[in-house]
Structures are given as C-alpha cells and as structure tokens.
Design a protein. Structure first.
Length: 231
C-alpha cells in the first residue's frame, strides 16, 4: 500500500464507531482491536451509511455477533484472554454486568460519550501518575485503516464509517498472512490469532451468502452514486 499522502480528519460517527469497537473487544475479552470489532462498532453506532449497507445485506448486529461467536468456537478467533476483568471478578466485581446495566440504562452511545469526557478531562496535578491502559491493543488491521484513509482522501472527504467499512472490505481481499513481518506474525500468535488464512470479515460476509466484491460495489455506489453517473 502506498503511504498516506496527508493527514485526514475523522468524522464524529467514525470516532464513535471506533470507540464502540474497542468496547466490543473488551466485552469479548480480547486484548487487540480487530476487523470483527470494527464491524460491530459500525453497527452499534447505527446512524451511518456503513451500518445501513451492512444491515441491508443481512449483516445486522445479531448476525455479526453470532458469526464472531462461531469463529471463536472454531478457533479462528481467540476466546476471552486474561485481562484486568479477572482481577475485578476475584474481588466480586462483575464488569460485564456493570457494563450491561449502564448500556441498558443510558444506551451505548451515551456510555461511550461519557467515557470519553472522563478520559479527556483535566488531570489532577499528581507526581508520576499511573499509566493504565484501558483500550485493547494492538490494532491488528492497520491496512484497513490505511485503505480507509486513502478512500477518504481520494474523495476529498473526512474518514467516515463508510470509508472504514470500505477499508475492511479491501483488506479482506488478501489472506491474513500477506506481507506480514516476522514481528507481526509473532504478535498475532501470542494473541491467539491465526497467521494465515482468510480474514475474519471475509468469513463473516461470506457466511451470509454475500461476496466481498458485491458488498463493496453496493457500498461504493452508496458513497459515490451509480457508476453511470460517475463516468
């Protein structure tokens, strides 16, 4: 992939979808942010073009989550990984139940907005503040983000949910192991992720009888209009 030629802004819906994807990764007990989480994040944000295209093509929230569960059961994706939630559980705190109650009471979007405001509020002046990582890391689909940035720049747009979905579909055309450096392969193995084989988003799309090419064509037409009007 060619280097991204310039900085590009991200729309608020895309930022919210990314945050919801991280929350989905935490819900699953995953210590990384992957394409399967981003698909759920786009659907959870809901009010965006990407979600509408996904739902219209049989990939709603329930279906995608069921597909992820199936990939976990098949060993394509890892099950829950050790995390801080285990320590809280040993103290009698069920973080999943707390999260679920907050979602039920206030909605996923409100939960995310509040978490962001707390995260970015002014810190108290204390010496050597503890460094606590709360988000899943690392990002294991950087090519998808690169494709999304290129798609937005080519159209002179900010990166929106539709560009993120387009990036995921473009990334899925190549198997997982394509051009992976040794360090990345080792990192994936440590995370319990496969180092070869089809991308999970491809498996999720094809499980519903769709093709990457067909879904991408529908998405591009939704972004740009029909091909005969673009020529």
């Amino acid at each position: 992939m060619e280097p991204i030629p310039r900085a590009v802004d991200v729309t608020r819906p895309a930022g919210t979808a990314s945050g919801l994807a991280r929350m989905e990764a935490r819900r699953l007990g995953h210590q990384y942010l992957g394409p399967e989480h981003l698909l759920v994040g786009l659907l959870a944000q809901g009010d965006n073009l990407a979600a509408r295209v996904l739902v219209a093509n049989g990939l709603d929230m329930e279906t995608v989550r069921a597909g992820i569960d199936r990939l976990i059961a098949q060993g394509v994706l890892p099950g829950p990984q050790p995390a801080d939630e285990e320590l809280l559980a040993s103290l009698g705190v069920d973080l999943g139940a707390v999260h679920a109650r907050l979602q039920e009471s206030f909605g996923e979007g409100a939960y995310w907005d509040t978490a962001q405001r707390v995260r970015h509020r002014s810190a108290q002046p204390v010496p050597h503040p503890p460094q606590v990582r709360t988000d899943p890391s690392p990002l294991v689909c950087p090519r998808a983000i690169g494709f999304a940035a290129h798609a937005a720049i080519d159209r002179d747009q900010e990166v929106g949910p539709e560009h993120l979905l387009l990036g995921l579909l473009l990334e899925a055309e190549e198997p997982v192991g394509t051009d992976l450096p040794v360090e990345t392969r080792r990192e994936r193995a440590l995370l319990g992720l496969p180092v070869d084989g089809p991308q999970p988003q491809r498996l999720l799309v094809e499980a519903e009888g769709r093709t990457l090419e067909g879904l991408r064509q529908v998405l591009v037409e939704a972004i740009d209009g029909p091909a005969d009007r673009r020529s």
